[in-house]
Structures are given as structure tokens and as C-alpha cells.
Design a protein around this ligand. Sequence first.
Ligand code: SF4
Ligand code: SF4
Length: 62
Amino acid sequence: MAQSLFVVDDDSCYGCGACIGLCPTSALSMKGLLAMVEQSKCVFCELCIPSCPVDALDIYAR
Ligand code: SF4
Ligand code: SF4
């Protein structure tokens, strides 16, 4: 079965924090000026994705 992978584009993310509070499973956190995802907590709901002003968040099939 296809699995998904949630990724933060390290080069685009500038640490605004907009995505962090939107995650229903608290999978997102800040590490310095970079959003980090705890992969095992992400349920791929996509709620956070439109919140990013620089489109740094994406979900890929793997
Ligand atoms: S896709 Fe959903 S579960 Fe995953 S990090 Fe974004 S808000 Fe959280
Ligand atoms: S909303 Fe985008 S730029 Fe802001 S912390 Fe999240 S991933 Fe980084």
C-alpha cells in the first residue's frame, strides 16, 4: 500500500510558526527557525499546508 511522507522544505521555511498550532495531532514543532514534523504523529490531514506563506509544506507519496 502506498504510504505518505510529510515534508518541510528547509530552504523555504523561515520559522513564522503559522503551521504549528494548526496541527490536530501536535506533529509540528519549531526547532530554531525551522518547522519540524514528527512523522509518526502526522495523519496527513493537510490542515497545515495552506497556512504556510511560502508553500514549504507538502505531502508526497512514497
Ligand atoms: S498534515 Fe495534518 S497531521 Fe500532518 S503535520 Fe499537517 S496538520 Fe499535522
Ligand atoms: S508556516 Fe511555513 S514558513 Fe511558517 S513555520 Fe510553518 S513551514 Fe515554516
